[in-house]
Design a protein around this ligand. Structure first.
Ligand code: ATP
Ligand code: MG
Length: 195
């Protein structure tokens, strides 16, 4: 079942819980692509106007982090082959008027690289930042606007369904999340979101 939980944010909270969160089901990769397209549509005007946005992708190996990112970048207008950043840690993409950096911190193990490779500057600049395996650079990364937690079925041979929790940690993130909920009302029809 899919449901929506909107959590009010306390003014100050050391644990920094999300300000809003929603659960989604991707029954297959097409549902993943549909949500990516919805998110792109919600975020694109702000990004083109010079906003900065940071999205974290959480989930085990093969959960669908790169797949979701590819669909999101495609929907934002990235053309040509979309390489996975695994070996380079970061892969830059270009859409006119918008800088996009796709990080994969899976092999990141030298905090010095954060400074040396200019990641601090990239995160401080406007544009879209996406990160897979942000856990591996914990303590260096800023607070995410959105965290997307993708959970595959317990057995990888159990098909394409993914349980997805989207958590917003900023007002911009909350707005994007509300746009996702708006385009696919979760409870109104009893239909599964993005499934
Ligand atoms: N509902 C779904 N959503 C997303 N991907 C799906 C779905 N069902 C099947 N897949 C497939 O699962 C695979 C996900 O691989 P992907 O590289 O995106 O995972 P990842 O989370 O980036 O893994 P890694 O931690 O190794 O980077 C792809 O082959 C994709 O086609
Ligand atoms: Mg990946």
């Amino acid at each position: 079942m899919t449901h929506v939980t909107i959590v009010a944010s306390p003014e100050a909270n050391a644990a920094k819980p999300p300000v809003a969160a929603s659960d989604f089901i991707w029954s297959d990769e097409a549902a993943c692509a549909a949500m990516a397209a919805d998110l792109a549509q919600a975020m694109k005007p702000g990004l083109l106007a010079g906003d900065s946005a940071y999205i974290e992708l959480h989930g085990t190996l093969g959960a669908g982090k790169t797949t979701f990112t590819r669909h999101l970048l495609r929907a934002l207008g990235v053309q040509g082959r979309i390489k996975s950043p695994s070996y380079a840690v970061v892969e830059p993409h270009d859409v006119p008027g918008m800088a996009i950096h796709h990080f994969d911190f899976y092999r990141f193990n030298d905090p010095q690289e954060w400074e040396d490779a200019g990641f601090r500057d990239l995160f401080a600049a406007p544009g879209l930042k996406l990160a897979e395996w942000p856990e591996k650079a914990a303590g260096l990364l800023p607070r995410a606007d959105l965290q997307i937690h993708i959970q595959p079925p317990p057995q990888t041979d159990q098909g394409e369904q993914r349980t997805v929790r989207v958590e917003a940690f900023s007002q911009a993130g909350q707005q994007a999340l509300m746009a996702l909920n708006k385009v696919r009302p979760l409870e109104a029809t009893g239909a599964q979101a993005h499934g």
